[in-house]
Design a protein around this ligand. Structure first.
Ligand code: MG
Ligand code: ZN
Length: 365
């Protein structure tokens, strides 16, 4: 008898056995509460379409961690006011389950605040974290925590961090907290609120306990091509280690921000190096989830950037001949990769807002 047939007939009992002996539940279509994920790690490759992923696979000449995910889907990315989304509306859709206008950060088309999956998790006493290779105040991470009409209000977005009890955040953007037009030093206010404020990866990776505000650059972090090194995988591992100290569970968003910037620059080497680096962070999350057995990992993108086409390539040499249709974003669907309890829910073709709704339902929030 095949595993799928066993699963359809004896799903509940197999689940209990599976949990006991720790095997994966690949074939089951239902997700009873007893296998709901305790932790969710959402990784967003900004501007990462299917061509970006395949270019990275080709140049790496080896499989990506993203290829190890058993469930794959596609999401539609249009915003409330445009066929082609920006990262504010795209991040807001993933974070809050609502389509909004381009440029908005977790507010609806009328400007009302939208509650993010990160906030839902923290309100349920789970821990919450954000990691990004851009400034932590940039559109994608901001959509999970701030509420602003304009993504360009970086100092206001920084101030919004003080209105939450986020447990861990690691990324660039120190100047938006400490060199402000209103004279406030938010790093001092963070420390008064109980955060350990650190400004180097060397210090961040050694942080053992308690709330962490980790600043890795005054503004955006450097490109991989300019020596960012292991910042993203190391920050991802550190955030997971700290957040996992909460037995109730956690929600973590990790962003590979600069795949998008490589797309805007029509710079294939920039795209590929950033995608491979993002995939290293995906590998860290996947390794944790495999050991933990109670963590859902979802990898997706907010939109595609550049209209990247791979007009030719060579798998043996690890080369691609790329072409671009634009220096902006495009409207194509982007991939979703899922692993862990509930991962099968992420297959098929659906709207970007579905990511929020599926995670919220699976976590019972
Ligand atoms: Mg971004
Ligand atoms: Zn962009």
């Amino acid at each position: 008898m095949t595993r799928r047939r066993i699963c359809s007939r004896m799903c509940v009992s197999l689940m209990i056995i599976s949990i006991l002996i720790g095997i994966s539940l690949g074939g089951c279509n239902t997700t009873p509460k007893e296998i709901a994920p305790r932790n969710v790690i959402l990784l967003i490759g900004d501007g990462m379409g299917v061509a970006q992923v395949y270019a990275a696979m080709t140049v790496k000449k080896d499989s990506l961690h993203m290829e190890k995910f058993p469930y794959v889907g596609l999401i539609k990315t249009s915003s409330a006011d445009n066929y082609v989304t920006d990262s504010g509306a795209g991040g807001t859709a993933l974070a809050t389950g609502h389509k909004t206008k381009n440029g908005a950060i977790a507010v609806d088309t009328a400007g009302n605040s939208l509650k993010s999956i990160l906030q839902y998790a923290m309100d349920a006493n789970l821990s919450g974290g954000l990691v990004s290779t851009s400034s932590i105040t940039h559109a994608t991470p901001a959509s999970f925590l701030a509420h602003q009409i304009s993504r360009a209000s970086y100092q206001d977005i920084a101030a919004d961090f003080l209105k939450t009890n986020i447990d861990v955040f690691i990324g660039g953007g120190l100047d938006d907290f400490s060199k402000r037009d209103d004279g406030r030093d938010l790093t001092v206010e963070l420390a008064e609120k109980g955060y350990t404020v650190l400004t180097s990866m060397d210090a961040i990776v050694t942080h053992e306990k308690g709330k962490l505000a980790g600043f890795t650059a005054p503004g955006h972090n450097p490109k991989m091509l300019e020596g960012r090194g292991n910042m993203l995988p190391d920050a991802t591992a550190t955030a997971i280690r700290l957040l996992n100290q909460n037995p109730k569970g956690f929600f973590l968003m990790v962003e590979g921000s600069q795949i998008d910037w490589g797309g805007h620059a029509n710079d294939t080497e920039y795209i590929v190096t950033e995608t491979i680096d993002f995939d290293e962070a995906v590998g860290i999350a996947l390794e944790f989830a495999r050991k933990d057995k109670n963590t859902l990992v979802v990898v997706t993108a907010d939109h595609e950037t550049g209209g990247l086409g791979l007009n030719q390539g060579n798998i043996v040499d690890g080369t691609v001949i790329a072409a671009y249709t634009t220096e902006g974003h495009t409207g194509v669907m982007v991939p979703v990769f899922a692993y862990g309890p509930g991962a099968e829910q992420f297959t098929g073709v659906y709207e970007n807002t579905g990511i929020f709704h599926k995670i919220k339902k699976l976590m019972g929030l």
